[in-house]
Design a protein around this ligand. Structure first.
Ligand code: M6R
Length: 585
């Protein structure tokens, strides 16, 4: 994972550091910057977030050529030696890398045999050490031919006013304008700098100077066409909120409004019409983490509305199993970032089987969007907190629309009804519960039917930002094993939003109560007096149409995760060990 950026122009440190802040969603274990000035490469690396590096960088105004990196550790622990930039054998070339070099161990062993010394233990240092101190297109091509795996690279030489770059499987973009040039993992870095950018493709490499971009593939010059930066980036301001996570939970409302507005427009309706007219025999929904949970809800919608066989699969497992896929299979890829490596691999696998590919994503210029036959945007605007909230909400809504379209039914009326009902619960009870939960080491979530999926998403959210071990399970499964863990120290969250399952779900709650466990109930129903004492706390969820109860009930759980993280003193926007965009398999 990791974010990389290179820049030629005035204010070099300032612009590189701003770029790193934008890219911090790709990892925040350590950060580093190298700037060429007066024939010397000035290096500064720090363990920790970009902010730590920012505090230590002084000269921010002058012209220069530089590269910078924010790391999510894959190979090698988090330490200064493993932070980027890394240096070539003689120290004349600095490089930053995003990706994983799969044959690094063999390359490293050979270099060591040749007497090359390493200071850290990353695969990226191996790329750097493959260079003697000559950097040109020829030496770059020779090194690239030795690499197996994924990489986006930016290289800086002590002797040239240029930045070299190369790409395979990890994203890389370039912009050149008015005597300034920039290369980065995400075009959002260019937003205050250029109105257009170039998309570097796999296998391409080259260099930029302050006026031009030069791209090659297998030694042949490639003419690139620029793309306009017409996508919207949400404001980096907190708008009165303390963290992006809580701001983004409240932005679920905006996502719903945007979806109602945009899914009424001709261009989106025409995409939906094309999908509807495809000859489909079965559907696969594929994603990771929260996106997978949205897929599970989508599977439910599609099964309720259509007669298709519908499967929902984890992208990280999908390509290793035997799947019945052909040109009539609609394969739907759910991904907020559109850059999740496992989901992209699943897309490639489905393309090989000639299936109809559809991405549901929040980033319209992402790899997934570029490579899919159809794209349905979720209109959630940029999501910054690592814990996905508004994107989940919007993914579920788009899957709802898709199920209605495939069933040849109208969807705007029900969405408008939900628009009126959407509720965010008061913080008081949630904060009170977060205090109780923050004292626990483990927590169970139980539910039946669609509530079980909400439990899975609620448990993922809570564990991700609070570091409490949360286990979600179908209520009916408890007595098949897990009940053995319940005692008078146990705390169990149960969600009940389906009338048909109310009685059975209460019975399961009673089984926990009888064993001394404490229960927190999230429900839209009035609980009769006979059962009220089963629950230690009851959080009332405002009722809405059945199909949207899963969204109405996820909001208090997202808030619960947020407030519990605060109780534990964690930064909910940047939980430990995680990154927003998971670009390695
Ligand atoms: O960008 P994606 O939607 O493909 O990301 C998938 C997961 O990595 C992501 O949903 C992850 O589970 C979140 N951190 C959960 O909050």
């Amino acid at each position: 994972m990791c974010g990389i950026v290179g820049y030629i122009g005035e204010n070099v440190e300032k612009i590189l550091l701003e770029g790193l802040s934008i890219l911090e969603y790709r990892g925040y274990d350590s950060a580093g910057i190298a700037v060429l000035r007066n024939g010397k490469i000035e290096l500064n690396k720090r363990v920790g977030k970009v902010e730590v590096l920012k505090q230590s960088v002084k000269d921010k105004k002058k012209f220069g050529i530089g590269i910078a990196h924010t790391r999510w550790a894959t190979h090698g622990k988090v330490c200064i030696e493993n932070a980027h930039p890394q240096f070539s054998r003689g120290g004349d070339i600095a490089i930053v890398h995003n990706g994983i070099i799969e044959n690094y161990d063999i390359l490293k062993a050979n270099l060591i045999k040749d007497g090359v010394r390493f200071s850290g233990d990353t695969d990226s240092e191996v790329i750097a050490k493959l260079f003697e101190d000559k950097l040109n297109l020829k030496s770059l091509k020779v090194v690239l031919q030795k690499l197996e795996g994924s990489y986006a690279l930016v290289l800086l030489s002590k002797y040239q006013n240029k930045l070299y770059f190369a790409k395979n499987k990890s994203p890389l973009y370039v912009a050149v304008e008015n005597g300034r040039a920039m290369v980065a993992s995400d075009p959002s870095c260019f937003v205050n700098f250029s109105k257009k950018y170039f998309d570097i493709s796999d296998g391409e490499y080259g260099f930029i100077d302050k006026n031009s971009i030069n791209v090659y593939n297998k030694g042949i010059k490639v003419e690139k066409t620029s793309k306009s930066i017409n996508f919207k980036f949400s404001s980096q301001k907190m708008d009165g909120y303390s963290h992006y996570m809580i701001k983004e939970i409240y932005q679920c409302k905006d996502a719903l409004n945007n979806i109602i507005q945009n899914y009424n427009l001709k261009n989106i309706q025409s995409i939906l019409e094309h999908i509807k007219n495809c000859n489909i025999n079965r559907i696969y929904i594929i994603g990771c983490g929260t996106a997978y949970h949205a897929g599970l809800i989508g599977k439910n919608y599609l099964k309720n509305q259509t007669n298709f066989e519908v499967n929902c699969e984890l992208a990280s497992e999908f390509i290793y199993q035997n799947n019945l896929i052909d040109d009539k299979s609609l394969c739907i890829f759910i991904s907020q970032s559109g850059e999740t490596a496992d989901t992209i691999s699943a897309l490639k696998y489905c393309q090989k089987h000639n299936s109809i590919t559809l991405s549901i994503t929040n980033v319209e210029y992402s790899t997934l969007a570029k490579q899919s036959r159809f794209v349905l945007p979720i209109f959630a605007e940029q999501e910054r907190a690592v814990a996905s909230t508004k994107a989940y909400f919007a993914q579920v809504l788009v899957l709802y629309i898709l199920s209605k379209v495939l069933a040849k039914k109208e969807y705007i009326t029900t969405l408008k009804k939900f628009q009126k009902d959407l509720s965010f619960n008061s913080d008081d009870i949630i904060i009170k519960l977060s205090k109780i939960i923050s004292l626990k080491d483990q927590l169970f979530f139980i539910g039946r039917g669609i509530d079980y999926i909400t439990c899975q998403e609620g448990a993922l959210k809570l564990k991700e930002v609070s570091y409490i071990n949360c286990q979600a399970m179908p209520s009916g499964e408890l007595k098949h094993g897990t009940l053995a863990l319940i005692d008078n120290k146990s705390l169990v969250i149960t969600i009940i939003t389906d009338k048909k399952l109310l009685k059975k779900s209460i019975n399961n709650a009673c089984e926990i109560k009888s064993r001394g466990g404490k229960l927190i109930l999230f429900t839209c129903f009035k609980i009769s007096l006979d059962f009220k004492n089963v629950f230690d706390y009851i959080v009332k969820i405002k009722p809405t149409l059945d199909e949207f109860m899963c969204l109405q009930s996820i909001i208090p759980l997202q808030k619960l995760a947020y407030f519990t993280a605060l109780q534990k003193g964690n930064n909910p926007d940047m939980p430990r060990n995680l990154a927003k965009s998971v670009t390695v398999e």
